[in-house]
Write a protein that binds this ligand. Structure first.
Ligand code: ADP
Length: 196
């Protein structure tokens, strides 16, 4: 059996800044960033899974676990085959997966999770504003409507937050994501310097 991927999880509600930080970390040598939402958005809308993604994400809900994990595995395998991801030397930075405890259980045989960075944003209004700005910038359907945003925040509280308990307090490092991106990054790098 292949050994498991050395992994850091970026965790937090929609709008907490996972993607921003993940992209930066992905530019550091020996880190490979994979955002599950980006993997979905790269599907063509007329593919079967692309249609499923639009259906669920436009209602603020999670895509079912089986196709999500299957797509994610294919994506990682193809990154390996095309020599963009080198598991023997790279740390995998995951953002947006696992997104519920069941996905965490399924991925336990694949991921060696060294740290979970919990980007905590206690100011709900601030997150909603970030999402609405992003809707304009990135043309994201699921950010465009306040009802869908509220639905996604509720989905996070109900289905995603329990992932924190799955990994337990020894792996969870909480960072205040209301700070500026550079201060959030500084906190994350301090954590990674100790955890990896
Ligand atoms: P956000 O920044 O709002 O958390 P993402 O880009 O990570 O957004 O995800 C957008 C949407 O893609 C989610 O609302 C969900 O419908 C779907 N999605 C992304 N990752 C997963 C996952 N691991 N499991 C199920 N659905 C997912």
């Amino acid at each position: 059996m292949n050994s498991r991927y050395k992994t850091v999880l970026l965790f937090g509600s929609p709008g907490s800044g996972k993607g921003t930080q993940g992209k930066i970390l992905g530019t550091i040598p020996n880190f490979f960033h994979c955002a599950c939402g980006d993997v979905f958005r790269n599907l063509t809308i007329d593919s079967e899974l692309g249609g499923i993604f639009i259906d669920y994400s436009s209602r603020g809900q999670l895509v079912p676990d089986e196709p999500t994990v299957r797509l994610w595995r294919e994506t990682i395998k193809s990154a390996q085959q095309s020599h963009r991801f080198h598991p023997e030397r790279d740390t995998l930075v995951l953002d947006g997966i696992p997104r519920n405890p069941e996905q965490a259980r399924i991925l336990a045989e694949t991921l060696d999770v060294r740290a979970l960075i919990n980007l905590a944003c206690p100011d709900m209004q601030k997150m909603v504003e970030r999402l609405q700005r992003r809707a304009l910038r990135e043309n994201r359907l699921d950010d465009a409507n306040l009802d869908i945003i509220k639905q996604r925040l509720a989905t996070y509280e109900r289905e995603t937050r329990p992932v924190l308990e799955h990994y337990g307090s020894s792996l969870v490092h909480t960072v205040d994501s209301t700070q500026s991106p550079v201060d959030v990054l500084r906190n994350i790098l301090d954590i990674l310097a100790k955890a990896l």
